[in-house]
Every structure is written in structure tokens, then in C-alpha cells.
Write a protein that binds this ligand. Sequence first.
Ligand code: CP
Length: 308
Amino acid sequence: MTLSTPHLLGIKDLRPSDIRLILDTAQQFKDVLQRPVKKVPSLRDVTIVNLFFENSTRTRISFELAEKRLSADVLNFTTSSSSVAKGETMLDTVNNILSMKVDMVVMRHSASGAPHFLAKHIPAAIVNAGDGINEHPTQALLDAFSIEEATGGLSGKKIAIIGDIMHSRVALSNIYLLTKMGAEVTVAGPPTLIPKYIKEALGVNVTYNVKEALQWCDVANVLRIQLERQSQPLFSSLREYSLAYGINRKLLDSLGKKIVIMHPGPINRGVELDSDVADSNESIILQQVENGVAVRMAVLYLLSNPDT
Ligand code: CP
């Protein structure tokens, strides 16, 4: 079985069968990662470059570990220590790296559409590791894998995505994925952080009342406030955001039922999520990070065309 696409640019381009194939393959790699010997030879003689034009902790380390577990040769590139700082374009940078016989490119960029542009101009498989406010497909895949693990499936599940929906590539990729796989999605947060026509455009429910979303859902995926992407303030203060939209122990206990708490990280503790929620039994935040390695192994393996 192979994917219907040569790149992973976004969940928007995937069929439900592609998503199912990635999640099932990730389960096989997760089983491998439980063994004493965690390395497999699947990508031996494949060279992968991780091009990170924007900061990352989890995604960069997770891709690198996934590549090493698959026995690929790995190159790492960060803008601050490269000739991009001297004015070299992204395309020149990538073409120079590819001339050294690189097979796959994992790229994060602050510009939405940067990996799509690259895919039109270079002859290598591209994996989008987050592009601006557009998509973060491997985050949505690892979130889906973690939801299935915690709740037994995606179809019919009620997922609330809470917080800064407007600037979140995690929200958009999650909405595409969850709706394709038969889950129901509600977005919740301040009106200024929720796009106006999201209900009509993406088929999600909208509420500005976080408690209402929590009472409705099986799983709450809580997002970081992305102040770095706001050119002007969209709410009065972090303190007021926390009081109106933050998730704390008292609020969770008032629901009278247990829900699963997720967060893609990095967390603004005390803003969108209090520590006694982030570190609680309801939270699967560190399981999400663990699952990211198996999911990224699956994506890289499937894009390497294992059946050819
Ligand atoms: N979830 C996520 O993308 O985290 P990083 O920005 O640390 O990679």
C-alpha cells in the first residue's frame, strides 16, 4: 500500500485511506519502538535534510529521531547558522543541498505555502513540518493517533479545539483530519481568535464559551496563544484571557465527567492551561510527543515508496 501523494504538504490533500494507512503504519513502528533494539533498516541509503527556517523543539527532534530509527542519513539545517543570513534565497539554499544527493526534505517555515512552492521546484519528497498559519500535518496525525489510543477511535468522537484558532496551523490540520475521519469538531475561544466563516468553510461548530465546549466534548485539544503572529492585540491581557478561556482544575472538576486533555506544545502554563491540568491524569500531552516519533517514521517510510 502506498500514499496517493508524493509529498506530505497538508492534511487537506490526503484521502481518508492515506490517513488510515499512516496511522496503522505508525502503530507498527510504535511496537518497534517498545523493543530493546529500536532501529530498523527501512531507510538505509536514504538521505534526509531537516530544514528549519523557524524555531522548533518537539518537531525537529522528533523528525531527527524518527529518521535515525529508520537508519536514514540525516542532515540538519537551521537558518541562524546558514548562508540565508547572508541573503541566499530559500530555493538556492535547497538546490545547493539537493546537489549533494539528498532524497527527502523536511521543512518548517514561517511563510504559509513555502513547502508547496518548494514541491513545484525540486525533485525530492517534501514533508511539511509546519508552514506559517497554514498546516502542521504531522502534528494532526500524531494527535489523531493519540486520540485513537486514548479513546479507541476517531469516528463519532467529539473533539473541542480551544484557544487561538485564527493563527494555528495545528487547528487547521486537526480540523481537516478529524472531519475527514468522521469525528465532530467544535472550536472555542475569544471571537477575535476564531475566523468569522469557519463554520461554513470547514464544517465545525463554534462557541465562545469554553465551559460549554468542555461539557460537550470527549477530548479537548488546547492551543497556545501565538502572540508572535499577532500584529495588534486581539484580547486585553493574558490574565484576562486566562480567566475567561484558560483551563484550570476547578473548571475541569465542575464538568462532572472525565475528558482527555491534549496540547501540541509549547504550553504557556497559567495562560491556556494550568499546571495541575497539564500534568494531571487526564492529560496525554507527553504521550502525544512520544507518538510523534512513530507517526513521523510512518510518514517518512511511506513517502520513500517502499513498494517500488
Ligand atoms: N508542536 C510543535 O510543533 O512544537 P515545536 O514548535 O516545538 O516543534
